[in-house]
Design a protein around this ligand. Structure first.
Ligand code: SF4
Length: 415
């Protein structure tokens, strides 16, 4: 297949993209791979022209992936929501039920969870993301039991799940240190942390949206402990709940500082707040432009994190596709099941063939990846594209009344 590449003449490439000489010099340094300060990042985030930011970020991406820069990746995974019962009551969350609300709260038993894992394997998924509320009874033992059962039945499935908030909670329930909790769930089968619960790390916006969660510093301390114990993770950011631009950049700084010490964050994944069915109703969502600017700044500022992911699920497929030109190298997953952000209003759905098409139309060669980002299958010839129409993202009836999956979330016939 021949891809069309737009190559700018050198004279145009070297032309300044902004009249602001200071901004231009920071942009040039960042595009060449030089480190930028938080203050410089904030200046760029606020004031650099969007196309210039994207072009600098794309230059960094191409240099980092020289030789495979024509490839953009995706993964096939399933979120497994084991309970919505939660004591933490985050204000942006439309998924949880407080423990006393027995009509709304639910838990899934192990057989149900294993059936969902079986369906994931059946559909070619390689990863499960165990995701749920902070149940008042679920300590380390609960996760040990479930992870070891999943690994015993499906050793090929990668358990990429949870984050520092869940570790803090389970350690408190079991009266052990977070370090012991991490060691035990890792031994039971957890492969890596998904970085859940990062939300906004700086104190003011974090307290405003998740007052009962641990502090941002504590979140990072636990992730650093995990990295030190050899359990890597991704990192995330929830955008658009009323935080300032400076607080967004501060979030990045806090992550970059830990990464300088551990190197354990594989990826950074910003995603946007969804405004339905929660206690923050009325907040303005981050715009697509803000999102694309963040993807670019993340690529430029987080010079020590390999992968930047565009979140098509929250910003939409077109913006997700655009993110590949603003510094992102990965388009996330065909999420066979999702209940959490869809409960708050994310209605975007896709399927494997569509994601492949989106990536190809962004002038990249799509590749299915593993959790650790190795390319499992490079789709370099459309004639050989997979045709399994069952590999579709589902918003379940748990999230939306009459949702897009069977009420029991049965995606394929269990074997
Ligand atoms: S985001 Fe997580 S911790 Fe917060 S209320 Fe929802 S389920 Fe609970």
């Amino acid at each position: 297949m021949h891809l069309i590449r737009v190559v700018m003449p050198a004279s145009e490439r070297d032309a300044p993209v902004t009249e602001n000489a200071d901004l231009q010099s920071v942009l040039d340094r960042a595009a060449q791979g030089g480190r930028i300060t938080p203050e410089e990042a904030l200046d760029l985030y606020r004031s650099a022209p969007l196309h210039a930011l994207g072009s600098a970020a794309d230059a960094v991406r191409r240099r980092r992936y020289a030789g495979t820069e024509h490839i953009a990746t995706y993964i096939i995974e399933r979120n497994i929501n084991y309970t919505n019962v939660c004591v933490t009551a985050c204000k942006f969350c439309a998924f949880y039920a407080p423990p006393k609300d027995t009509a709304k709260g639910w838990t899934r038993d192990l057989d149900d969870i294993l059936r969902r894992c079986a369906e994931t394997v059946e559909l070619g998924g390689t990863q499960v993301m165990f995701q749920g509320g902070h149940h008042p009874d679920y300590g380390v033992e609960y996760y040990e039991e479930h992870f070891s059962a999943i690994k015993k039945a499906f050793p090929q499935l990668v358990i990429h799940s949870l984050g520092a908030s869940e570790v803090e909670h389970m350690a408190r329930i079991s009266k052990v240190s977070p370090e012991e909790a991490i060691r035990r769930i890792h031994a039971a089968g957890l492969d890596s942390f998904a970085g859940a619960g990062a939300e906004l790390l700086p104190a003011r916006p974090r307290k405003a949206i998740a007052p009962l969660k641990e502090s941002g510093e504590r979140w990072l301390e636990i992730m650093e402990t995990a990295h030190t114990l050899g359990v890597e993770s991704t990192s995330t950011m929830l955008m658009g709940t009323g935080e300032t631009n400076a607080e967004r950049i501060e979030h990045l700084r806090m992550i970059r500082d830990v990464q300088d010490r551990t190197g354990g964050f594989r990826a950074f994944i910003p995603y946007t707040y969804q405004p339905e069915n929660n206690h923050l109703k009325g907040r303005t969502q981050a715009t697509i432009f803000e999102y694309l600017r963040m993807i670019s700044i993340a690529r430029l500022f987080l010079d020590n994190i390999a992968h930047i992911q565009g979140s098509w699920l929250t910003v939409g497929k077109e913006a997700g596709q655009l993110s590949l030109h603003y510094g992102a190298d990965d388009l996330g997953s065909v999420m066979l099941e999702e209940n959490v952000v869809s409960s708050a209003g994310a209605k975007h759905r896709s399927n494997r063939m569509e994601l492949i098409d989106l990536i190809r139309k962004a002038d990249r060669v799509p590749a299915q990846r593993a959790t650790t980002y190795e390319h499992l299958l490079v789709h370099d010839d459309p004639a050989n594209d997979p045709v399994d129409e069952r590999v579709v993202s589902h918003l379940s009836s748990t999230a939306i009344e009459g949702g897009t999956a069977h009420p029991e979330l049965k995606l394929v016939e269990a074997k």
